[in-house]
Write a protein that binds this ligand. Structure first.
Ligand SMILES: [Zn+2]
Length: 230
């Protein structure tokens, strides 16, 4: 007879596709440990297929959620200023890559949020009001530069929210993470999180509360106009 730990109940309450997607991410992250280049390339090829499959399945699962509470977090974080053209409206030649202004990139805007917990729109408004905000602006640029020209990892940059934990948490809230108790949450992330660290249930509980609070208010906070003199 096997004994099931109560904290393993998360398996029945978290979407299985979400779990499979993050296990594929975790497997991908661990490939750097394979020292034999041929074996590493073969493992990468196998895992890439699983990542593609699970990524498509995850989008399909997301479409099934009638009112995702946190599904628009990434869009709100990168939301353009009033009147600012968006990348997807750019009219260029098909098949041509266009160099992008870093400040216009979703990654730069994600860094604004991960570093200060505010959206791009909010930080730009702060720049208009206070010269001191320029220090924040410069620090986001420094973080972007480190990510672009350093080791390419966001996990080594000092941020308010760790990139991997923010991503796995915000994506998982609508897939069952929101309803887990702290023991289940810890067990779940110990198993699926690509950071491969042992997690602290107290820290995760706090992080989840912070992320829920920050992301729930994104839409309302972003409704503030960035138009002057209209
Ligand atoms: Zn982790």
């Amino acid at each position: 007879m096997t004994t099931r730990l109560l904290s393993d109940d998360w398996r029945a309450r978290v979407n299985t596709v979400y779990v499979r997607y993050w296990l594929a991410n975790k497997a991908n992250r661990s490939l750097v440990k394979i020292t034999d280049k041929k074996k590493q390339a073969a493992a990468w090829s196998r895992n890439y297929k699983e990542l593609c499959v699970t990524s498509r399945l995850l989008n399909a699962e997301l479409a099934k959620i009638k009112r995702p509470e946190f599904g628009n977090a990434a869009l709100e974080i990168a939301k353009p200023l009033d009147g600012e053209p968006t990348r997807w409206r750019l009219k260029g030649k098909p098949g041509v890559g266009y160099i992008t202004n870093p400040e216009a990139s979703p990654m730069f805007r994600t860094l604004v949020f991960l570093k200060y917990g505010v959206t791009f729109r909010e930080l730009v408004c702060e720049l208009e009001r206070s010269p001191k905000a320029f220090d924040k602006w410069k620090r986001v640029h420094a973080a972007y530069h480190k990510m672009r020209w350093g080791d390419g990892s966001l996990d080594t940059i000092k941020l308010k929210f760790n990139f991997t934990h923010f991503k796995i948490m915000v994506q998982g809230l609508d897939f069952g993470l929101k309803g887990l108790n702290e023991f289940e949450l810890e067990r779940c992330l110990d198993e699926i999180c690509p950071c491969s660290q042992k997690h602290s249930r107290h820290s995760l509980k706090k992080l989840r509360a912070h992320i829920i609070k920050a992301c729930r208010s994104l839409r309302v906070r972003n409704m503030r106009s960035t138009t002057v003199g209209a």
